[in-house]
Design a binder for this molecule. Sequence first.
Ligand SMILES: *Cc1c(COP(=O)(O)O)cnc(C)c1O
Length: 360
Amino acid sequence: MGRVYNFSAGPAVLPVEVLKSIQEEMLDYNGTGMSIIEMSHRTKPFEDMLNEAIQDLRDLMNIPDNYKVIFVQGGASQQFAAIPMNLMKNMKADYILTGEFSTKAYQEAKLFGDIKVLASSEDKQFSYIPDCSDLDIREDADYVYICENNTIYGTKFKKLPNTKGKPLVSDQSSCFLSEPVDVSKYGVIYAGVQKNVGPAGLVILIIREDLIKDDLNIVTPTMLKWNTQVKANSLYNTPNSFSIYVCGKVFKWLKSLGGLESMKRINEEKANLLYSYLDNSKYIAIANKEDRSMMNVTFKTGNKELDSLFVQEASKRGIVSIKGHRIAGGMRASIYNAMPKDGVIALIEFMKEFEEKYLK
Ligand SMILES: *Cc1c(COP(=O)(O)O)cnc(C)c1O
């Protein structure tokens, strides 16, 4: 069987060029006579690869010199605890709740300090992004937290909250590298890479230098202290070498496309195709129009049995992993960077046929 159109929310589709290049290098990476996953992380070829990946990421995102980049393990969920542990001085932080992942991050942070909910869209099942232009942020809050793209509900912050000078911490797991961002507006950006960049088990953190400390106010395991990996250039212990290697290849792929401006144009084109069809169809779009994600497109038929039938019939056509998250229901088409435009066109074709047949 050939490749399918994989609309999975994560782990998710990767560029075919990248997969082929990994395949080619599997027996002999760069003349070393071994694959990257058999190689000590204390060797020059590995360290060169790591440093090149970091530099390529810096170039792509235009990361200012006063930000550090580290690769850590434990998934984005591990950072739900690491963030308060690393950033709390006054033991207070303010959170904006726009879905499952910000709620989980909030609940975890509550284990460590006094956490305030500044705004929430739970009243309408997280289908929108609340107005964050004038929030009641506490004077002594250590940071303001958001999940920038809500993978499950398909919403995205189109405008960052006004944090009134407090560092903004953003979970960008499902929108990382999908478009240019102004890194200087953030205190911390972090992303689990399995959504839009690479294999699961790796998190990329971009942290403003002044927020990295060694003497933390909370007893913090060495491995959760950001400064441990900052000081060791992400080599304090054995890193997820394979995932870093694949991410490095994806960074090169993005550069070859023309960087994040080009990627944004491609992503907009794909998302506009799908949303404009959706808006003129009998399907129901789940996310509020102004707050829609370019990466995760959520919709439903309005009938649970038809939703299941949709998922079944789609998979027969090579359109797979399109079932919505169990909490949100309906369907979710994750159209990350590596989803080709042809995949979106095939999905729309299928949706039209299904609509004609069943959605009268
Ligand atoms: C998937 C996801 C997470 C959780 O990632 P893990 O690596 O499974 O811990 C957190 N935040 C967002 C926005 C996600 O999409």
